[in-house]
Design a protein around this ligand. Structure first.
Ligand code: FES
Length: 270
């Protein structure tokens, strides 16, 4: 393991408020959130030269290198199991950003984790449609079945539970996701069976997408390193294709773009 890049003296384990006027640079991080920020107690890191080379490889894919930050953070998570200060330092150095810039992104999106995630991240949509169709019940049953609260991990390190906002799968509500693979139209019983199978080391197949892999493996795919299974499993559900089926039955087709009115012509008819 490589040694962690040294944080700012005195920064270990503290939460720095957002009203300091002290300029921020590499090795200096602050959080604008009440929750604990990055774990400065971490003394070791798996970010080595090989990982840095892969981070640089991601950055090189984009005309504007800083556009690569999101997949780079996924790669950090695939290596470290979460976003770490060392991962933030590495991204900042490669992209020529301050660690505050990178930290701001990493703490904005909920898909970036500041605490270690279990082998399987189980998310239950509890936004309105899923909630009323059973998502709240699925989530609450999983909480009691696993004995953990939101954003907590079982003692065996296998499952982290989180309630999620809309997963853009409302037509198949209520939905549960394991490492971002869909389990559509789930039920409390089915959800418990899935987590039991995961904890028992059994192979689990979602209703859409590829067989479930570990969270860290899935994070590597999100970083842009395919595992060759993108076409495994169904990619859409029957309710999402309903419009296509109705159109086919009635002989409907999309208009030819070449015959569509221009925006000027549309304006004239108003
Ligand atoms: S409300 Fe759950 S997927 Fe949209």
């Amino acid at each position: 393991m490589a040694e962690l890049l040294e944080p700012r003296p005195g920064a270990a384990g503290r939460h720095v408020g957002g009203n300091t006027e002290e300029p921020m640079g590499h090795g200096e991080m602050k959080s604008y959130f009440d929750e604990p920020s990055l774990d400065y107690e971490v003394t070791q890191t798996l970010i080595d030269d090989g990982v840095r080379a892969e981070l640089a490889q991601i950055a090189a894919r984009y005309p504007q290198a800083r556009s690569a930050l999101l997949p780079m953070l996924h790669l950090v998570q695939s290596v470290e199991g979460r976003v770490t200060p060392a991962g933030i330092e590495a991204c900042a150095e490669i992209l020529g950003l301050s660690t505050a810039d990178v930290s701001g992104v990493a703490t904005f999106y909920t898909m970036y984790k500041r605490k270690p995630v279990g082998k399987y991240h189980v998310g239950v949509c509890t936004t309105a449609l899923c909630a009323v169709l059973g998502g709240d019940e699925v989530y609450s049953r999983l909480q009691s079945h696993l004995g953990i609260g939101n954003d907590e991990t079982t003692e065996d390190g296998m499952v982290t539970l989180e309630h999620l906002e809309c997963n853009a799968a409302c037509d198949m509500a209520p939905v549960m996701m394991v490492n971002w693979e869909f389990f559509d139209g789930t039920t409390p019983q089915r959800a418990c069976e899935v987590v039991d199978a995961l904890r028992a080391g059994e192979e689990v197949t979602p209703t859409r997408g590829a067989r479930v892999v570990t969270w860290q493996q899935a994070e590597r795919v999100l970083a842009g390193f395919p595992d060759g299974r993108a076409d495994e499993g169904p990619t859409s559900g029957p309710t999402s294709r309903l419009g296509l089926r109705i159109a086919a039955e009635r002989g409907w087709s999309a208009p030819d773009p070449a015959n569509l009115p221009t925006s000027d012509e549309t304006e004239e008819t108003r």
